[in-house]
Design a protein around this ligand. Structure first.
Ligand code: SAH
Ligand code: SF4
Ligand code: F3S
Length: 443
């Protein structure tokens, strides 16, 4: 009997990529591959890459480089690279020339063709480079999936992005925005709920512009949320990412009146300065943003927010940065994802003058994190003594503790038996540390 082939996928970047790796695993398992434990027993290693910041790319290059030694021992091993980094022509060529032991390089638009690419490599002596600009979305939707995130299931609602924020590589490597038909999405979600998934997370670079390309008033983001909310199962619904310019009051009202939508919103602001927001092409002001936050807080009293912030965008002055500090003090995010601006090839901001020195960027990042830690600590302490509804999602590694998420997106740890896994329960918060809440089941 032929030995069973084994695979490993290394995933970098955002949830979109995590979900795409679930689809790539789907194809590999259909081809008869099973998951390997380590690099040494893998017959195929696939890197699903990210290009959002230079640091991400550098890390990936060094990880690819480390595989040379395995390939020397095992000539028949296949090494493949796909995703946002390799979608860039220059990066793809660079991998082909500098890493001769890489067998296959492809991008973001032809992941559904993984089987054909592997077969092409196996049938010829040549290495395979295949970067394309367009794709058949139905084919990508139809890919089998090996889901890996427990009780949560990711569901794509759009692919690509039309926003062209001046710092961002995503529109260049993911193409223009395409929405899936509403009925396909609702059908996929219903299937997942029947299978027993407890949390559904809708994915898109800008979920709020869902349907803009469909030109059908029955297929909007608010209508999609309502259609899913009406499904008769016990579950929570979440989505990412929302764009502040596009999230409508109707969507906020829909969250307020829904049964299943989480009271948690990731609404990346990027900066608190109107000058910087304009230069970033974000198309909202700090005051537009705060109006939406206030509206949501009024309608949904227990709502929590998180955000992404970039420090050191070209031209950012000390005053601009202080506006960001002021904004985060007003919103009081429960969590913040903070980044140092990184120049990306081909973007508008790459050519901007007044690039900020790394030393200043680092210093601003440290101040931002310090301020946010103060805010998050105080925000978490507010929950002490309160009762929360949580979904028990997993176990803490090496400890006999359960990890759960509250309906407002807080991370909760508690003691309890494995029987609670996958259940919605009520807990009472006893203490907190930074953003994490420690609780006991309320019986
Ligand atoms: N579509 C989502 C996610 C984009 S990428 C959105 O619009 O929010 C995730 C985050 O990475 C962005 O929100 C931004 O904060 C950060 N980011 C993107 N490009 C960057 C760059 N060139 N340098 C530093 N951070 C960047
Ligand atoms: Fe990038 Fe802006 Fe699109 Fe988000 S909305 S992916 S930050 S261009
Ligand atoms: Fe995501 Fe990175 Fe691509 S953040 S969309 S994997 S560039």
């Amino acid at each position: 009997m032929e030995k069973q082939k084994r695979y490993l996928i290394k995933t970098y970047g955002c949830q979109m990529n995590v979900h795409e790796s679930e689809k790539l695993s789907g194809i590999l398992e259909q081809m008869g591959y099973t998951l390997a434990d380590t690099e040494t027993d893998a017959d195929l290693i696939l890197f699903n890459t990210c290009a959002i910041r230079e640091s991400a790319e550098q890390k990936i290059y060094s990880h690819i480089g480390e595989l040379k030694k395995y390939k020397k021992q095992r000539k028949d091993m296949i090494i493949a690279v796909c995703g946002c980094m390799s979608q860039q022509q220059k990066a793809a060529e660079n991998i082909m020339t500098k890493y001769p032991f890489v067998d296959i390089v492809f991008g973001t638009h032809n992941i559904a063709k993984l089987k054909e690419l592997i077969e092409k490599r196996q049938q010829s002596k040549k290495r395979v480079l295949s970067i394309v600009e367009t794709e058949d979305i139905k084919e990508r939707d139809g890919m089998p999936k090996v889901r890996t995130s427990g009780y949560n299931a990711w569901v794509n609602i759009t692919y690509g992005c039309n926003n062209f924020c001046t710092y961002c590589i995503v529109p260049y490597v993911r193409g223009r925005e395409v929405s899936r038909p509403l009925s396909d999405i609702v059908g996929e979600v219903e299937g997942l709920l029947k299978e027993g998934y407890k949390k559904i997370t809708l994915l898109g670079q800008n979920v709020n512009s869902y349907g803009n390309d469909l030109n059908d008033e029955d297929q909007t983001f608010a209508k999609l949320l309502k259609a899913i909310d009406n499904l008769p199962y016990d579950f929570w619904l979440s989505f990412m990412t929302s764009h502040p310019k596009d999230i409508s009051f109707e969507v906020l009202d829909t969250i307020a009146s829904s049964k299943h939508i989480m009271h948690y919103l990731h609404l990346p602001v990027q900066s608190g300065s109107d000058n910087v927001l304009k230069a970033m092409n974000r198309r909202y002001t700090a005051s537009d943003y705060l109006k939406k936050i206030d509206y949501a807080k009024n309608k949904i009293s227990d709502i929590e927010f998180s955000s992404d912030i970039i420090v050191g965008f070209p031209g950012e002055t000390e005053e601009d940065f202080n506006d960001t500090l002021k904004l985060i003090s007003k919103v009081k995010y429960s969590q913040l994802f903070t980044f140092i601006y990184s120049k990306r090839r081909g973007t508008v901001a790459e050519k901007m003058e007044n690039q900020i020195e790394l030393k200043i960027k680092k210093e601003r990042l440290a101040r931002l994190i310090e301020k946010q830690n103060e805010i998050a600590t105080l925000e978490a302490q507010k929950y002490i003594g309160k009762t929360l509804e949580v979904l028990v999602e997993g176990k803490l590694k090496n400890k006999n503790k359960l990890i759960a998420t509250s309906k407002c997106g807080k991370n909760v740890q508690l003691e309890g038996s494995d029987e609670l896994l996958g259940k919605f329960i009520k807990v009472r918060v006893e203490s907190s540390k930074l953003t994490v809440l420690f609780a006991k089941e309320e019986k």
